[in-house]
Design a protein around this ligand. Structure first.
Ligand SMILES: [Zn+2]
Ligand SMILES: [Zn+2]
Length: 347
């Protein structure tokens, strides 16, 4: 079978390897589709501490496929079932799992990697906790969105995004756009901020009530505030880029007493400066959301099953497995691609 392997930043190769045999608890899936994720693009650009440890490493973690073989002891799943899964599973008994903070589990390994391939071996811990059946009529591209959407739904619990609230979403990659959709569906009024006009248009299609093109206005913070009640700022700001200057921006658009969700992970060693006056005297709440939990993975599957889920707005490009490096380069802005948001890779 063909399998993409990550050797080093900028070096991903397609190899011919034997089809693996599932061990106890594991499942072998024939990949129908894999999706290219921002995390993969970042790894391709600058490496990843967890992948580099074992390089060359199988690559890709968002997928949907059909089970072709199950290992000993697997329950609930059989040959022929269509499945998708998260890319990790919490252990359920460590310090953090016992405190209901499963996204911080200290035993998330082994992670799922290797979706850019003809076949994918799903680790036993993930099969047991975070693998889900895909409804018969759900297209595989849609089902493959379960992992990033689970992160989004967990993120929206920060600040309890709900009806009557004004939410600023800063950065409209696939995650930001799913934030726009899900926050709107929860009854929030969304103001979306981006530099790319195509993505602003996508946000409007997903229900954003106002958009701010941060490249074309002098003062984008003020432009966002102008869209809020009495110009006070948003109730909840969601940063979905992962750069310290955008973290600053998210703080800037938030009202007194509001919540800033620093959702985008910055490069290791990044430092952000916060105005302590605003933090204290304006009671800003600065917080973050990382990864997902089994509960959010299941919620994500329910949301994907809604007829209005905007799969077509999110997955804009399709590539052959052999060309998997192309969408990684597009996401890193090395190659242009008109209207690109997220890509599917089809074996
Ligand atoms: Zn992902
Ligand atoms: Zn744990």
């Amino acid at each position: 079978m063909r399998q993409a392997r990550f050797y080093a930043p900028g070096d991903v190769r397609m190899l011919e390897v034997p089809i693996p045999e599932p061990g106890p608890g594991e499942v072998l899936v024939k990949v129908e589709v894999a999706l290219v994720c921002g995390t993969d693009a970042k790894t391709f650009r600058r490496g990843h501490p967890l992948l580099l440890e074992t390089s060359p490493a199988p690559f890709g973690h968002e997928y949907c496929g059909t089970i072709v073989e199950v290992g000993a002891g697997v329950e609930r799943f059989y040959r022929g079932h269509r499945v998708t899964s998260a890319n990790s599973a919490p252990c359920g008994h460590c310090f953090f799992c016992r405190r209901d903070q499963a996204s911080l589990c200290e035993h998330l390994q082994p992670l799922l990697n290797g979706a850019y391939a003809d076949y994918l071996l799903v680790p036993a811990n993930i099969v047991a906790v975070n693998m889900l059946h895909v409804p018969e009529d759900m297209p595989s591209e849609r089902a493959a969105l379960v992992e990033p959407l689970a992160c989004v739904l967990k993120g929206l619990e920060v600040g309890a995004v709900g009806p009557g609230m004004t939410v600023g979403v800063v950065g409209l990659g696939p995650i930001g756009l799913m934030m726009v959709y899900a926050a709107t569906r929860r009854g929030a009024r969304v103001i979306a901020v981006e530099r790319n006009p195509h993505k602003l248009e996508a946000a409007r299609a997903l229900g954003a009530q106002a958009t701010v093109d941060s490249r074309s206005v002098d003062d984008a913070v003020q432009a966002v505030r102008d869209h809020t009640e009495e110009g006070r700022g948003v109730d909840v700001a969601i940063e979905a880029v992962g750069r310290p200057e955008v973290w600053d921006f998210a703080v800037g658009i938030t009202r007194r007493g509001g919540v800033v969700n620093l959702f985008g992970g910055c490069e290791e060693g990044s430092v952000a400066c916060i105005d302590t006056y605003r933090l204290h005297y304006e009671e800003l709440c600065l917080t973050a959301a990382f990864h997902h939990t089994p509960r959010h993975v299941r919620m994500a599957m329910d949301v994907l099953d809604r007829p209005d889920f905007p799969c077509d707005v999110l997955i804009t490009h399709r590539y052959n497995l052999e060309d998997v490096v192309t969408p990684l380069r597009v996401m890193n802005k090395e190659i242009p691609a008109e209207g690109f948001i997220k890509a599917a890779v089809i074996p």
